[in-house]
Design a binder for this molecule. Structure first.
Ligand SMILES: Nc1nc2c(c(=O)[nH]1)N[C@H]1C(S)=C(S)[C@@H](COP(=O)(O)O)O[C@H]1N2
Ligand SMILES: [Mo]
Length: 434
């Protein structure tokens, strides 16, 4: 959508969902009597036509305040993705319903998408170059072939979770993508170790933080603005589980998941895993790139009451993600005639391991321990399963909660924070037994 001014971080879907009249005014220009679209401003009409892929001959008759049907019905518009729920179109954000995340390795078609800007158009793997510079002895410029030839290539199952996953449950609500449960995936990533590449460049002793850059562009179209540029402290950067990845599930990375080259920094907010990776520079300060400062990916240092205003200085950068789990089998809403039910899913705990998994079918009064697998490698989510029994027909909920190796357990209630991050309250599904 060029030529029309949308507020950043809000696409047509979000605009129309929240206030269709206002969205109309912004897209088409304000109508004097508010019940008709105004004389379509050239730019607004062009933008809507571009979104629809056609001119709109009767645009003056379009009633105000509804999503054009062609946009509303668009269900699977992301190439290579299937079954995802679109939360926003600009930037593109889509999550995966829990029951579609049942595989131990998330298929590429079901890996969520979280974009902050406009992805690069047809990026070319042959010409791709990654620069390592800043506080290094020897700056490097590496092609993907250089990476493959000069460093060990490894395959790891690594989970990436958006820090805002679960935001939809916040009350009072937090602005931003209203993720429910599905901004999480654990794909098999192939690449070289970030630590190996940084060491090859020679890390200077005063380097304390990475600063990552990608090839996507800012929603405003301004070349001097970056959609997102985050980094991690050196200690996290040197963890051998971090990858500079060039393959996802034994194939090319999906274009929306960062093809042809991305970082995977598991266990920390997904935003640390820069997509369309072009540069890593080492700095002697905490990186202050786009979405590193202010309240982005930060939470209050101490717990706050829901709705409380928190001074900016009281926010700290999110590091490890908290312990969490999902019920991916069965799908919520199941109706069954059986008195027993197999349930299962995954559990993960940021930098930690999950130690135990429990399931309740009586609203938390009693819990049974689920069978929990070890991760296939560090930072892979862990599979769990259990069989629950129902004493008689009726409505039941299955609740699931994970406990990490420091004995931290998922809460029932949300620890509210202003930006709606880190909701790790337990997942529950509904089951009716006839
Ligand atoms: N270049 C770039 N990298 C990015 C982003 C982005 O917008 N641009 N989004 C980040 C965020 S907020 C998340 S949660 C993950 C999501 O990865 P995915 O889209 O492959 O699921 O990518 C991260 N890397
Ligand atoms: Mo994210």
């Amino acid at each position: 959508m060029t030529g029309t001014k949308l507020p950043s971080e809000r696409g047509l879907f979000e605009l129309y969902e929240h206030d269709a009249e206002e969205a109309d005014a912004q897209i088409f220009g304000r109508a004097p009597n508010h019940d008709r679209r105004g004389f379509l401003k050239g730019a607004g009409l062009a933008a809507m036509s571009a979104a629809l892929g056609a001119t709109i001959p009767f645009h003056r008759n379009m009633p105000a305040g509804f999503v054009p049907a062609a946009l509303a019905e668009e269900s699977d518009p992301i190439p290579g993705k299937e079954g995802l729920t679109i939360l926003n179109d600009r930037p593109l954000n889509a999550e995966t319903p829990a029951y579609l995340l049942n595989d131990a390795i998330t298929p590429t078609s079901r890996h969520f998408v979280r974009n902050n800007g406009v992805p690069p158009e047809s990026p070319n793997a042959q010409d791709w170059a990654l620069t390592i510079d800043g506080l290094v002895e020897k700056p490097l410029k590496l092609s993907i072939t250089d990476l493959q030839k000069q460093f060990d290539v490894v395959d790891l199952a690594l989970q990436i979770e958006c820090a805002g996953n679960g935001r939809a449950a916040f009350d009072p609500p937090a602005r931003g993508n209203q993720w429910t449960y599905g901004a999480i995936g654990c794909a098999k990533w192939r690449g070289v170790r970030l630590a190996d590449v940084l060491k090859a460049a020679g890390i200077k002793p005063n380097a304390i933080y990475t600063a990552n850059e990608g090839a996507d562009t800012h929603l405003s179209g301004q070349a001097d603005k970056k959609p997102i540029s985050r980094g991690v402290p050196m200690e996290k950067a040197l963890d051998p589980s971090n990858l500079i990845a060039f393959a996802q599930n034994d194939a090319d990375i999906n274009p929306m998941n960062g093809a042809p080259l991305r970082l995977v920094v598991p266990g920390w907010p997904g935003s640390c895993s820069q997509k369309w990776l072009t540069r890593i520079w080492l700095r002697d300060v905490v990186h202050d790139g786009a979405k590193m400062t202010g309240t982005s990916y930060r939470v209050p240092r101490d717990p706050v009451a829901p709705g409380e205003k928190v001074p900016k200085d009281d926010f700290v950068i999110i590091q490890s993600m908290p312990v969490k789990s999902l019920i991916t089998l069965p799908r919520t809403g199941l109706k069954t005639a059986s008195r027993t039910l197999d349930v299962g899913g995954h559990a993960w705990a940021g930098d930690r391991k999950v130690k135990a998994m429990h399931v309740s079918s009586d609203f938390g009064a009693t819990w049974i321990e689920a069978k929990l697998d070890d991760p296939v490698n560090a930072f892979a989510w862990q599979q769990w399963k259990a069989t629950v029994a129902f004493p008689k027909p009726g409505y039941y909920e299955i609740w699931a909660r994970a406990t990490d190796d420091k004995d931290v357990t998922q809460p029932f209630a949300i620890a509210w924070n202003p930006k709606g991050y880190l909701n790790n309250s337990m997942h529950r599904i509904a089951v009716t037994v006839s």
